[in-house]
Design a protein around this ligand. Structure first.
Ligand code: GLS
Length: 820
């Protein structure tokens, strides 16, 4: 498609002139990184025009705005994506070729902005893409971490964390906006002053430390619609840089402390997914970006609107998990302390403005701040939470007179802790889960008491992903093939992709589809050769599990099965095994020792298996280092099999499962999270389902009765594999190395609770499903049909669909059109 905005010659001139003015070089002298910078600035120039236009249109139409408040935005590289959404990718590629450059290589120069851990942060990024593409006015609000998710290096099979200095060369797409800076206060104490003229108590925070929050804006380019929204990430600076007059006043210590506070707050993203660590600095980060964002949003609202009571009709604050929940109290503070509203008025506004998304039921992810810490760091906010809690308890008592159990289970402050999920639910008009099964578990189990008390708040919004990054950009061969068959509409309306279904039985289409998969497997094989030095057979089945490393996701089950297969091959060389490449990619939180040991196990198994000539290369194991958004795009495109094998009930939704499906991989999985809906869309014949159901898991959890030793004692294959964890098969120099994993599966020592992930219970049905995978792959036509049907059935899983549901049922935003 010919872009309206791009003129090739002007663009080329702009790149040359950027190289000259930024680096005092000509383009043939510039380094690849410098070319990347110069090209990105040229692209940003074009974006800025649309950005200005969009803001003008928003100003004119005054649409309702959603603020998507999130500690994480896992954006991935921007250059290629921006070009695609500007519909200028092809022309820029050509222009650069004329200058002697390869756009793909230039794209590889961009650091992955990795301001997130995994699914939750990537979901936020997909949502921003969809919001802009659908023409809604939205701000992402987050933190400008100086160090994002660490870079993972594998040394001797172990994960090493290396700091990710993504800003070291400067990030060309960001715009510093000091004119919108906000002050954020921490600590001190609150003095109550009675004002006789109003008859109100005023709450004055004193002796506090404060920092200046400075916004940096990143453009979020909508697809082919000239809309540019904003991701606003906040950096912090000291209010008084080191000043002599502070020194003179004896405030030397305070000046230094404030300087340190400012420096520390935004330094680094906590690398925990689905896990609460309770660190003081984390709470500082939360309040820092929330206070700045809410202040800015209220100020923006007031510029246009006289009456603060109108806030809920113009603004929604969407809380991405409990991390931004201080929003509820901060908005109350602004409304009561600054806008001088009554408590009742303020609460009415707040609870019609905030909405909360729950992303996990994992108990260890629940945020519960100790009162001591919370009240010391945020004294005024704590007072407000206390008052919210006091009133909430009265409500509970009115509904359930004399029921102390309810108080105990639902209170916002209890047992010396502030429970953020309870605050989020009390303060929001909407509470949603992220897949149908997850929402049902919230309603019937995790949040049952809340659901019974306020059922009208609860709803489901099944997650989605943007087809623009994960098909159009990540898999250009398949994207072109899809377009050739059904036209371009799928790019902004993925439901159209179901039109491919008529090609599922067509032999030519099947061949083309499989050939594209093969080309993508070659591309990944090349990447693996370059990065891992391992040669893999592109004709083997590419069986892939890429996601954060967590026990509940059961990478351990996967690698135990690889060990089992290897044993079988060794014992029965006469059997005909179809060649398989098991590919893993996963970061483990830095302090999560067992997860790191699982990485070591995967690499140890890889060492043995990949170097055993007797199995003739039929089994390969690859651990891809530093799994992140940019290599994810290549990996999804090349996968035959998508491993979605979490313990049923534990994975709230998953989104990788959707990216695989879109790219034509078949799922092997449990009935967990969004897998349930994936199978519903594609049909059980085109997936491999195994394992305990979520009801069975929950039943075991509540009533006991799971005994891993039963499997160990009665199944020689399982026993053999488990013994190999402690007899040195994969760690000859240190046979005890994997003892902890052995214990975790059998719980012989570590605790009296049997493995809460039910690994051995699911082992045999997993192995059986894997046999079915192999059999199915031997039938190439049958496989091709299923693969096409997976792509063709993925329409529901576009984040455009998800966002439209949020808009229709929670946010009620107005669509905006930017005219030429
Ligand atoms: C997560 C869940 O674990 C995922 O299942 C889910 O897909 C994602 C987005 O909703 O949110 N919750 C979390 O803390 N990290 C996640 O990735």
């Amino acid at each position: 498609m010919i872009s309206k905005q791009f003129d090739k010659e002007t663009f080329k001139e702009s790149v040359k002139s950027n190289v000259r003015s930024l680096y005092r070089k000509t383009i043939d002298e510039a380094t690849p990184q410098q070319i990347f910078q110069a090209v990105s600035y040229a692209v940003k120039d074009v974006i800025i025009d649309n950005w200005l236009k969009s803001q003008k249109q928003f100003d004119k139409e005054d649409p309702k705005i959603v603020y998507y408040l999130s500690m994480e935005f896992l954006m991935g590289r921007a250059l290629g994506n921006n070009l695609l959404n500007l519909t200028a990718y092809g022309e820029v590629k050509e222009a650069l070729e004329e200058l002697g450059f390869d756009l793909n290589a230039i794209e590889d120069e961009e650091p992955d902005p990795a301001l997130g851990n995994g699914g939750l942060g990537r979901l936020a990024a997909c949502f921003l893409d969809s919001l802009a593409t659908l023409g809604y006015c939205a701000y992402g609000c987050g933190i400008r971490y100086h160090y994002g998710m660490f870079k993972q290096e594998i040394k001797d099979g172990y994960q090493i964390e290396v700091p990710d200095a993504w800003l070291k060369d400067g990030y060309p797409f960001e715009l510093r906006r000091p004119e919108y800076a906000k002050e954020v206060k921490f600590g001190g104490h609150v003095r109550v002053v009675y004002d006789p003229s109003t008859g109100r108590n005023e709450f004055v925070q004193e002796d506090y430390q404060s920092v200046r929050a400075i916004p940096y804006d990143l453009p979020i380019v909508g697809y082919n619609n000239q809309i540019v929204n904003t991701l606003r990430i906040w950096d912090s600076e000291a209010i008084n840089d080191f000043q002599l007059d502070s020194f003179d006043k004896g405030d030397y210590r305070k000046a230094v402390e404030q300087e340190n506070l400012a420096r520390n707050i935004v330094e680094v993203l906590y690398p925990n997914d689905n896990h609460y660590a309770g660190k003081e600095l984390r709470l500082k980060q939360q309040y820092f970006f929330i206070s700045a964002s809410i202040q800015a949003a209220v100020e923006k609202f007031k510029k246009k609107h006289g009456d603060i009571h109108e806030l809920p009709s113009k603004v929604t604050f969407q809380l991405n998990d409990t991390h931004p929940t201080v929003t509820v109290a901060e908005l109350m503070r602004i409304l009561v302390d600054e806008e001088k509203l009554s408590w009742e008025d303020a609460w009415d506004i707040t609870t019609r403005t905030c909405a909360y998304t729950n992303h996990t039921i994992m108990a260890e992810a629940l945020e519960k701040w100790p009162i001591e810490l919370f009240s010391r760091l945020l004294p005024r906010i704590y007072q407000i939470v206390e008052e919210i809690n006091r009133r909430f308890l009265i409500q509970i008592q009115q509904m359930y007179p004399g029921n102390q159990e309810k108080i105990k289970k639902m209170a916002i402050i209890y047992d010396g802790q502030v429970k953020m999920a309870h605050l989020a639910i009390a303060g929001s008009y909407s509470v949603n889960g992220v897949a149908r099964l997850h929402t049902e578990i919230l309603k019937n189990k995790e949040l049952k008491d809340f659901y019974e008390m306020m059922p009208q708040k609860f709803n489901n919004k099944t997650n989605g992903i943007t087809q623009r990054r994960f098909l159009l950009h990540g898999n250009p061969l398949l994207a072109d093939w899809v377009t050739k068959h059904i036209g371009r509409d799928w790019i902004t309306d993925l439901s159209q992709i179901s039109k491919l279904k008529i090609y599922a039985d067509d032999e030519k289409a099947q061949q083309e589809f499989m050939n594209i998969k093969y080309q993508n497997k070659l591309r990944l094989a090349k990447y693996i050769q370059e990065h891992n030095g391992i040669e893999v057979d592109p004709r083997s089945i590419f069986d892939v599990q890429v996601k954060r490393l967590h026990e509940y996701k059961r990478q351990l089950l996967n690698i135990l099965h690889v060990m089992y297969l290897y044993n079988k091959m060794k014992e029965h060389p006469e059997l005909d095994f179809y060649p398989r490449t098991f590919i893993f990619g996963a970061k483990a939180s830095a302090g999560y020792h067992r997860a790191k040991l699982i990485i070591k196990l995967i690499n140890s198994v890889a060492d043995v298996v990949n170097n055993d000539a007797s199995i003739k290369g039929k089994l390969k194991v690859v651990f891809i280092e530093n799994y992140r958004v940019s290599n994810a795009e290549i990996i999804f495109a090349a996968a035959d099999v998508s491993e979605q094998i979490s313990t049923a009930s534990k994975e709230a939704s998953g989104t990788g499962n959707m990216k695989f499906m879109l790219n034509g991989a078949l799922t092997i999985g449990t009935m967990d999270g969004a897998n349930v809906e994936i199978v519903e869309e594609v049909g059980a014949d085109n997936a491999f389902i195994f394992g305990l159901s979520s009801d069975e898991v929950i039943n075991f959890e509540q009533n006991g009765g799971y005994d891993p030793n039963f499997y160990f004692n009665t199944d020689p294959d399982i026993r053999n594999v488990l013994m190999q964890l402690i007899n040195g098969t994969f760690s000859p120099k240190d046979p005890e190395r994997f003892r902890d994993l052995y214990n975790s599966l059998l719980n012989t020592k570590s605790s009296d609770k049997p493995d809460t992930y039910f690994t051995l219970a699911d082992f045999k049905s997993y192995a059986k499903a894997q046999e079915q995978v192999e059999a199915a792959y031997r039938d190439q036509r049958g496989w091709a049909k299923s693969a096409i049907l997976n792509t063709a059935s993925s329409g529901k899983f576009s984040s455009d669909r998800t966002i439209q549901e949020y808009v229709d049922e929670i946010w009620h935003l107005d669509k905006v059109v930017v005219e030429d």
